[in-house]
Design a protein around this ligand. Sequence first.
Ligand SMILES: NC(=O)c1ccc[n+]([C@@H]2O[C@H](COP(=O)([O-])OP(=O)(O)OC[C@H]3O[C@@H](n4cnc5c(N)ncnc54)[C@H](O)[C@@H]3O)[C@@H](O)[C@H]2O)c1
Length: 259
Amino acid sequence: MKELADKSIIVTGAGSGIGEAAAVLAAERGAQVTLADIDDDAGQSVLDRIHRDGGTAQFVHVDISITEHVQNMVAAATSAYGKLDGAFNNAGLPAWGQRPGNTSTPFADLTPEMLQGTLDVNVVGTFLCIKHQIEAMLRTGGGSIVNTSSDAGILAIASAGDYVTSKHAVIGLTKSAALDYATQGIRVNALLPGITLTPMMAKSFDKNPELRSWADKMQPIGRVAQPAEVAEAALWLLSDRASFVTGSSLVVDGGFSMV
Ligand SMILES: NC(=O)c1ccc[n+]([C@@H]2O[C@H](COP(=O)([O-])OP(=O)(O)OC[C@H]3O[C@@H](n4cnc5c(N)ncnc54)[C@H](O)[C@@H]3O)[C@@H](O)[C@H]2O)c1
């Protein structure tokens, strides 16, 4: 029996990086996966890959910061697969200053609009996902929710005040939801990746090769993570093997946060 057999699992940000790795691994382990992403081409290409490998999945276009989109995503999962057992709320934006076309932004150069844009996706979007997933899980027998925070959820990183604030808030969302539903069969945990070689990171490394050697050295393990190494931890939290784990912040960072 495959570990996630017959579990209906949503993965947001499934079109790229950590979300893509999690969606592919979840399907390989028997889950019925609802892939959600704002980027249709990326989501469709991951869906095609899963179908080619014989997995069960569907793709839903979602902007997680829009209530109706999130409601549609949850409804798509429950109507296609009859229930919702798990959700990996992983979609997120990098710091304003790290997005294409922008320049690095120290704290006092951030505008309220820059801060709000990041919070709308990373915090309000994650909140909407958790809220509507809990509603579905209460109806269909409980489940497990994993929210992607970051080492930046417990540490500051330079010139990324909007991102650091948003990722700290994801831990607050996680603990609050975990506490309120602990007796109702719903576990909620946060995942805190260190520097991971996703397409977003690869672009930054291409632009600035020194950043790559800095990133390798910064993580005591001596290298950056592969997306699948982070996805493994999410899948464990989603599985029944993590049945006594709730409200936790699981660091997957090669030791970055211990020094
Ligand atoms: N890569 C890292 O080093 C690293 C480290 C710590 C935390 N994280 C976090 O991990 C998560 C995934 O990061 P990644 O590196 O795989 O990024 P990525 O950019 O490769 O993938 C993110 C995906 O989210 C989607 N997305 C963005 N905004 C969305 C929205 N509003 N609605 C729906 N989908 C949306 C994008 O289209 C993309 O497919 C993010 O929350 C990120 O903050 C990444």
